[in-house]
Design a protein around this ligand. Sequence first.
Ligand code: NAD
Length: 321
Amino acid sequence: MIIVSEEVCQQVFGRADAFTAVESVFAAMAKGDAYNFPVIREAIGYQDALYGFKSGFDRAGLTLGLKSGGYWPNNLAKGLTNHQSTVFLFDPDNGKLQALVGGNYLTAVRTAAASSVSIAHLARHDSKVLGMVGAGHQASFQLRAAAEQRPFEKVVAWNLHAEQLPKLASVAEEIGLPFEAVEREQLCAQADVIITITSAHEALLMKDWIKPGTHIACMGTDTKGKQEVDPELVGAATLFTDELAQSITIGEVQHAIAAELVREGDITPIGDVINGTHPGRSSDDEITLFDGTGVGLQDLAAASAVVRVAVEQGKALEIDF
Ligand code: NAD
């Protein structure tokens, strides 16, 4: 059995690797070659933690396994990341445990890769301003990955907790992009691409604020009850998702479905655009919205690539099990 630590994951797996892994698995999901099993997520009644499993099988890539983990809100005070996860890979031929891979860094890069894939396939090519809603742990990863997809000239950002914005500003500065903290309405008036990555439970962006032609990647809503944008905005946008079943139950689209502003048939898996069976954006005025709910297969694809490279580079720990 192979073990790859958090530290080694960071050494061997970069943004381009994550983009390739996530784009390929979204394509495989849309072709029916890979599927996610139902998500388990429970409040465990201890440390206010949410714990669960995301799992699946990619028949094309022969990757079987799960990511176990969740959210421990009290961790920050202990100097730990509040999201904690570990990926388990199994041999699809015999069910034996193949690998244990640290899942914290992988979660951040694979989540950033998902919004990046959506930007690469759906945002206008002349997008100049990137809007960031959220400035927590994931936001820096999101900003770095998005900045590689279009020739952005500026970042505008809003966060409920303003004290977190300087960290995001320093990431923008590091990659050479001017950064401006703005109010939400101003952000929407300026941005060509918006990423939402918060733990909000209410609409932060309203339909009437969004410019024609904007691409929005809604990445924060991954649980029933969470919400980042106005359901009317979801109803007005052309909708794409990583996985339909999650989008309508735990993703941003759940609220527009409940309000009967959207039907399942209105939502296209992003894999169809990657595979060329859906044209994606159809005009420069269209508002496109990607509901990135986060699927287990993203984690498995990333972990499987990490194991391959870590073994090649002699950085994986191999033990009898
Ligand atoms: P974090 O705790 O580090 O940051 C939380 C962010 O949300 C901060 O910007 C905070 O200011 C903001 N926030 C908190 N409460 C808010 C509220 N009521 N209104 C508006 N903003 C609020 O968390 P993180 O690791 O950066 O994760 C952000 C979100 O992304 C979480 O909801 C997490 O579950 C989700 N997430 C999604 C995926 C996916 O694949 N889609 C993957 C990882 C994390």
